[in-house]
Design a binder for this molecule. Structure first.
Ligand code: B12
Ligand code: SF4
Length: 473
């Protein structure tokens, strides 16, 4: 079958980061393994390709698979309308975080044939086989949302346990052997900076056992991981066959299994792989240990993000994040001493959060040894407990909300006041001679930092003045 997989994207200046569509590469790799030689699979990405170009190439598709987050879903119905116009015969399958988030309202919003919720590989395979056999009755396939009057969900599929055996390498070649790769390398990725232009994202584990009420549940609230040997063989494969030396890990809790983390680093050192590693999706900071950070540094870690979010204990409990603070500054200091760029993640505007509590978090960040800090606003996403509790499941999710555009006041301050505080964090954190000197002293590529610093300034100016530059295509 001709299967075209498309990453949807909402083009916005306030979220300039773009990452290669790992989810689609996983799906393509899985179909190749379990339906060998049966399909012709292509990947497109609206983050880096024009809609017109993509539409031009969809004319022979039997199945179009769309991947989207909530935010990227802003223009999804328009994109779908265009796809239906250029290819009247194709079947449209939706996947990605938006599905589990908006499970009961998908068919009200989008003209699709079916959707795949949560972990996608096994369900998508069964959906493709159904289409291939000329049928469209999905009620016996676990994990599918289909139209039956409204949206009907067949129920959640069991997660894949033995990841090493079941999940093949993602189909990296579909990106890395095509001009698409250069489009990612030109742009800002998830990590604060990269040493090399060429890079690839990795997803070495699935799921997270912590219970933060604002977080998704795509891969279940349990940690499942590829073995250290498998992770390093992915790195070796990408290094040998595609010349990739920079690796961004998008895992939710990469370091949850301490021994796995140690083993991955030891293996990289043992094999003398000269690579750079980045952890832009945050590490669980309170389970880090000195020797783990040292091993990570030795193995090539350049950027480590400490996901702290708030320093108010009351809120850590309310958000069910339960981060223990005692050791965090110490761990940041160790990372900095080992030449790792340490970035902190913080959020403002948590439910019931007061101005004083927000200022405490801002002051903690400013006084910490962090090199950089990313502050964003806590935006409830439908499908999370945060949304049910503080917005209400009956309220429709507004899909256009990203790091800064936001309208729901769940803290004690108004959205406008929270935005003003965000602008203040930037000055408070960066405009400190001590921090600037330390960045240039410990950071090996100060010039990259300066460039990022300027980009950040433009971004914040944009936020403060509420400039909207969304395309309404
Ligand atoms: C990389 C990343 C980013 C990148 C790229 C985002 C993008 N547009 O793709 C950047 C840094 C830009 C980013 C920004 C944001 N992100 Co982000 N990000 C991630 C992260 C860490 C990894 C994504 C990934 O590669 N996963 C690995 C692959 C294997 O998983 P996957 O893509 O979900 O694919 C699987 C299934 O979903 C399914 N599937 C996926 N697509 C398809 C398509 C079809 C046809 C089928 C059948 C199945 C299917 O099968 C795949 C294999 O099992 C995830 C966390 C996570 N654990 O996934 C958050 C996540 C996707 N981000 C999230 C959020 C909230 C945001 C922001 C809104 C943050 C903010 N406050 O502003 C912005 C929005 C940006 C945007 N335009 O969407 C949420 C999304 C929730 C939601 N319901 O939308 C996630 C899930 C994190 C979370 N904790 O909740 N993010
Ligand atoms: S620790 Fe991170 S990935 Fe895990 S539930 Fe909390 S926010 Fe989500």
């Amino acid at each position: 079958m001709n299967i075209s997989l498309i990453k949807a994207r909402e083009p916005s200046v306030s979220i300039p980061e773009v990452t290669p569509p790992l989810g689609l590469m996983y799906l393509a790799g899985y179909l190749r393994k379990y339906r060998p030689c049966k399909d012709n699979i292509k990947i497109f990405d609206l983050s880096v390709q024009d809609l017109d170009y993509v539409l031009e190439n969809l004319k022979d598709a039997d199945i179009v698979g769309l991947s989207s987050t909530n935010r990227d879903g802003l223009y999804l119905s328009t994109i779908i309308k265009h796809i239906r116009r250029v290819n009247t015969g194709c079947s449209l399958v939706l996947g990605g975080p938006i599905v589990s988030s908006l499970i009961n309202e998908l068919f009200d919003r989008f003209d699709i044939d079916c959707a795949v919720a949560y972990e996608g590989e096994q369900t998508f395979l069964e959906v493709i086989e159904k289409f291939d056999s000329g049928h469209t009755a999905f009620e016996n396939i676990k994990g599918v949302v289909y139209r039956n009057g409204n949206s009907k969900f067949t129920g959640r599929r069991e997660t894949i346990e033995n990841l090493d055996d079941v999940i093949p390498f993602p189909a990296w070649d579909l990106i890395l052997n095509s001009p698409l790769s250069k489009e990612y390398w030109k742009r800002k990725s998830f990590a604060f900076f990269r040493m090399e232009k060429r890079y690839m994202g990795l997803f070495s584990s699935r799921g997270c056992p912590y219970g933060c009420i604002y977080c998704h549940d795509i891969f279940a609230k349990r940690f499942r991981a590829h073995s250290a040997v498998r992770v390093v063989s992915e790195i070796e494969h990408l290094h040998t066959n595609f010349g990739i030396r920079d690796f961004e890990f998008y895992d939710d809790t990469f370091n949850f299994d301490k021994d796995r983390t140690r083993n991955i680093c030891d293996l990289i050192v043992e094999k003398r792989l000269k690579i750079n590693m980045y952890f832009p999706n945050g590490l669980r900071s309170d389970i880090l240990e000195k020797d783990i950070i040292e091993k990570m540094a030795k193995a090539g870690t350049r950027v480590m993000c400490f996901a702290i979010e708030t320093v108010t204990e009351r809120l850590q409990i309310l958000l069910r994040r339960n981060l223990k603070f005692e050791n965090i500054n110490n761990m940041i200091e160790i990372a900095v001493k080992n030449g790792i760029h340490a970035e902190g993640f913080f959020m403002l505007g948590h439910p019931t959060e007061t101005k004083e509590e927000m200022l405490n978090t801002i002051n903690f960040a400013a006084k910490s040894p962090l090199h950089s800090a990313a502050f964003s606003i806590a935006i409830p996403q439908k499908g999370t407990e945060l949304y049910s509790k503080y917005i209400g499941d009956e309220s429709p999710q507004s899909l256009g909300e990203g790091y800064y555009e936001y309208s729901s006041a769940i803290s004690k301050l108004s959205p406008h006041e929270v935005k003003k505080l965000l602008a203040y964090t930037f000055m408070k954190f960066y405009l400190r001679p001590g921090r600037i000197i330390r960045i240039f002293k410990t950071f090996p590529a100060g010039f990259i930092f300066s460039r990022r610093f300027l980009v950040q300034i433009f971004k914040w100016v944009d936020v403060v003045f509420h400039r909207k530059r969304f395309s309404s295509k």
